[in-house]
Design a protein around this ligand. Structure first.
Ligand SMILES: [Zn+2]
Length: 235
């Protein structure tokens, strides 16, 4: 194989490694943003649970107020019953007492139901507080891990790039420039061998004349089909 092409193939191997490392660095950020979205959802869910508790507590205060009023009414009616002498007035007072007692029983039942709901809602709130805290912790751990991953990858990237640049010094300048121009558009393999008399990447046939020149001189040619740089591999 032509030594220039062989040197360029080594540069390309490093470039492909660089792309791989760059892709892995890019993939780090989405992991953090996924956790951030999870945290936001947990926050909203907790806020909703707290609203439900507040609404239920408001209902509880209202029922307690009504209950107090009914009890006052009952007490007044009982006091009145002790004072009246006329049977008609006594009957009216007793009817008032009965009605107040029915209201009291209803409100007490309602208070009991509220108490049950409140206890469930408060438990849900505590659970959601815990989830939020867990997510915060996971987020913190992920930040530390990701920072370490990033640092390692960037170190590796620097080493591969330095290696690449050292190897690039063995490639003739014009060949390297052609190769760099092509890969700047592709960000993947730019240098392909001929397979038979065709481009190994897109299978476009190369005219016989050019093909034999490439084989004889080791010259590289741009593929007219896909734009990669072609070389004649040893046959
Ligand atoms: Zn091609």
């Amino acid at each position: 194989m032509n030594p220039d092409v062989s040197a360029l193939l080594q540069v390309q191997a490093d470039d492909l490694r660089v792309y791989g490392i760059e892709d892995r660095i890019k993939a780090l950020a989405p992991r953090l943003s996924a956790l951030e979205q999870e945290r936001k959802r947990a926050e909203e869910s907790l806020a909703h649970a707290r609203q439900l508790v507040e609404a239920e507590e408001q209902r509880q205060r209202e029922v307690q107020d009504r209950l107090r009023q009914h009890r006052e009414h009952r007490d007044k009616s009982e006091a009145l019953l002790g004072q009246v002498t006329a049977p008609r007035e006594a009957a009216a007072a007793m009817a008032q007492i009965e009605q107040a007692k029915r209201f009291i029983a209803d409100e007490e039942k309602e208070l009991d139901a509220i108490q049950h709901r409140l206890s469930d809602l408060r438990k849900a709130t505590v659970d959601r507080e815990k989830s939020l805290k867990d997510i915060g912790q996971a987020q913190e751990d992920a930040r530390v891990t990701l920072a370490a991953d990033r640092q390692n990858l960037e170190k590796e990237l620097g080493e591969v790039q330095a290696d690449r640049n050292r190897k690039a010094q063995h490639v003739p300048r014009t060949l390297l420039q052609r190769y760099d121009r092509i890969r700047s558009k592709r960000r993947t393999t730019a240098l392909y061998p001929l397979r038979g008399q065709s481009c190994a990447h897109c299978d476009t046939a190369i005219p016989v004349q050019r093909h034999s020149t490439m084989a004889a001189t080791g010259a590289t040619e741009m593929c007219e089909g896909c734009g990669v740089l072609l070389y004649a591999a040893d046959e």
